[in-house]
Write a protein that binds this ligand. Structure first.
Ligand SMILES: NC(=O)C1=CN([C@@H]2O[C@H](COP(=O)(O)OP(=O)(O)OC[C@H]3O[C@@H](n4cnc5c(N)ncnc54)[C@H](OP(=O)(O)O)[C@@H]3O)[C@@H](O)[C@H]2O)C=CC1
Ligand SMILES: CC(C)(CO)C(=O)C(=O)O
Length: 335
């Protein structure tokens, strides 16, 4: 294991700054490959990592390396890929050009296609899939807030990369079925679009039964497509995936009791897709709902609600006015 060499975070934004910052705070050598605007922000304010449990860590820009130049990858022992899915190919090419051949590459991205893109462009290098269950919001002025609970999962490997990346406050667990875990997360991520369309914080949205029922209906379509394809999504919580739609449809009081015992969500939490619409960026809809639609087409499963939600997100992207603030009824529309 290359623990004496830096962990390089390739494309540090919300997830990369939080994970990289936590690793640096835990004593690991860390380097962040960033865009110039992120570099300027961190050079000015440093990093301030806050957590749903009230804890806080402050790091000055001197506690880790920081650059917009991919040459920062040159001595990486581990590379954490934390770009949005549309940028994976670009970052893969930078890794191929600059990182040592023996560096372990870990994708900490949502979606189920990023590892294949990395493997295709990185020849025989070791590439591991990861799954980040928690939400991170870029709050500005160097602050990155982790607003929900959960441990990161990484595909099991001989080098025990998950253990090498675990520090106080940030646990990574080795998973024997990381593909199932990624599909399970993709099913949960179907709510990213609802959160973006609603313009509501996740906690407020999940507290509302109309929103939960819409999520459950969309999830049921997704699960039907996965079943037809023979894919078994694995839940990262103690609640099995197949029970989740039923759980979401429960009355508020029972749902809140079960959710409160399963995970913590603070009032700041907003999905990464909400953050994308808010900042006028393209979303990952094609990599999330898009993966369900691809399976549904192959196996002739009807997914009208998923399709309708894709159309609404594309409309919002094209309009460029940020999250549109739709109601569940407006989203159901003609679906
Ligand atoms: N935010 C969250 O709560 C969660 C996010 N995820 C997943 O994690 C992944 C990352 O999400 P998130 O952190 O929110 O995304 P962000 O957009 O906040 O961060 C990605 C950063 O990488 C930058 N970037 C892209 N390409 C390069 C490059 N070649 N060199 C340097 N910087 C680059 C982007 O800049 P630019 O915008 O200019 O391209 C951006 O600043 C996604 O797959 C997401 O779905 C998973 C769980 C939770
Ligand atoms: C909110 C969360 C953690 C789960 O949907 C997420 O993965 C995201 O924001 O992209």
């Amino acid at each position: 294991m290359n623990t004496d060499r830096p962990i390089v975070v390739a494309g540090a934004g919300a997830i990369g700054c939080l994970v990289g910052g936590m690793l640096a705070a835990g004593g690991r050598r860390v380097a962040l490959l960033v865009r110039p605007r992120v570099k300027a922000e961190i050079e000015r304010f440093g990093l301030r990592l806050t957590d749903f449990d009230g804890s806080e860590r402050k790091l000055s820009a001197g506690q880790f390396a920081l650059s917009e130049n991919p040459a920062i990858l040159h001595s990486a022992g581990i590379v954490l890929v934390t770009v949005k899915s549309a940028n994976t190919a670009e970052v893969a090419d930078q890794i191929a050009q600059h990182a040592p051949e023996d560096a372990i590459i870990v994708s900490l991205q949502n979606g189920v296609g990023n590892v294949a893109v990395l493997r295709e462009r990185l020849g025989g290098r070791r590439v591991l899939a990861g799954m980040v269950p928690f939400n991170v919001i870029a709050m500005g002025e160097g602050r990155f807030h982790r607003s929900t609970s959960g441990d990161i999962h990484i595909g099991e490997d001989e080098a025990n990369t998950a253990a090498a990346l675990s520090v106080p406050g940030l646990t990574m667990r080795a998973s024997r079925d990381i593909t199932g875990v990624q599909w399970g997360k993709l099913i949960i991520n179907l709510n990213n679009a609802l959160s973006a369309l609603s313009d509501m914080p996740l906690a407020a949205q999940l507290a509302n039964r109309d929103w939960r029922t819409l999520f459950a209906d969309q999830m049921a379509e997704g699960l039907a497509a996965l079943k037809a394809a023979g894919i078994n999504p694995v839940s990262a919580t103690p609640i099995p995936m197949r029970w989740t739609p039923t759980l979401l449809r429960l009355p508020d009081a029972i749902f809140n009791l079960i959710l409160g015992r399963t995970m913590k969500i603070d009032p700041e939490a907003r999905s990464s897709m909400w953050q994308d619409l808010k900042q006028g960026r393209k979303t990952e809809i094609d990599y999330l709902q898009g993966a369900v639609i691809a399976l549904a087409e192959q196996h002739e499963v009807a997914v009208p609600l998923v399709r309708r939600i894709v159309a609404l997100i594309k409309e919002a992207e094209a309009a460029g006015n940020g999250p549109p603030g739709l109601t569940p009824q407006q989203i159901r529309g003609a679906a």
